[in-house]
Design a protein around this ligand. Sequence first.
Ligand code: CTP
Ligand code: CA
Length: 226
Amino acid sequence: SFFQTSETNFSGKKIVITAGPTREKIDPVRYITNHSSGKMGYAIAEEAVRTGAEVVLISGPVSLQAPKGVRLINVESAEEMYHAVMKEYTNAHVVIKTAAVADYRPKIIHEHKVKKQPGEQALELERTKDILYELGKEKKDQILIGFAAETEHVAEYAQIKLMKKNADMIVANNVKSDGAGFGTDTNIVTLIKRNGVSIELPLMSKKEVAVKILEEAANLLRDELQ
Ligand code: CTP
Ligand code: CA
């Protein structure tokens, strides 16, 4: 059928995928996170195994089972994800960053549970590392694919992320439209490539989107190696 992976062959190639949310501790019982379910990243990992690739899945906390054949690395915070990704990066051929990494973390992680007090309570936050940006800076001949979660000006914002982070392709995702985004089994995405080509995909299962992304990743890698 149209959506078969059989033509995408990554044997002998290493694909690193990040998935899920990160969790940023406030104290021993509380944290900041987001709605990422990990479904998109896990679907890509599962399809990537079928292409014959060596697949490393670096995952934040999700309630999914790792697909058979992947090497799973569990992480919690953005900082842990950063270190795990960097360790796998050098000999990777393709990196696909589906993870919804927290942009901010609490400035202080309290050693003990914070007790409630009368009145208001502020929480001071600081920036985490932008992992994709760091990967873009150190890119040699890896193919770097990012996601962009947007609720407005999707194509425009995604294009800016593509350039700023030195990615080869951005998968732009309107997380507010029906059938797309967090927790769903389907997605509506546009693949935006560096060469100016955009591919608008219709509503598809996350599995079908995964197949498309891997197909494009294979094209990009082939172009890179030529
Ligand atoms: N990303 C990352 N590290 C971060 C934040 C984002 O690696 N600290 C990656 C995501 O995995 C994704 C891409 O950058 O592949 C875009 O993430 P997104 O949240 O859409 O964009 P941001 O650059 O964080 O900008 P904003 O949230 O302000 O839209
Ligand atoms: Ca963000």
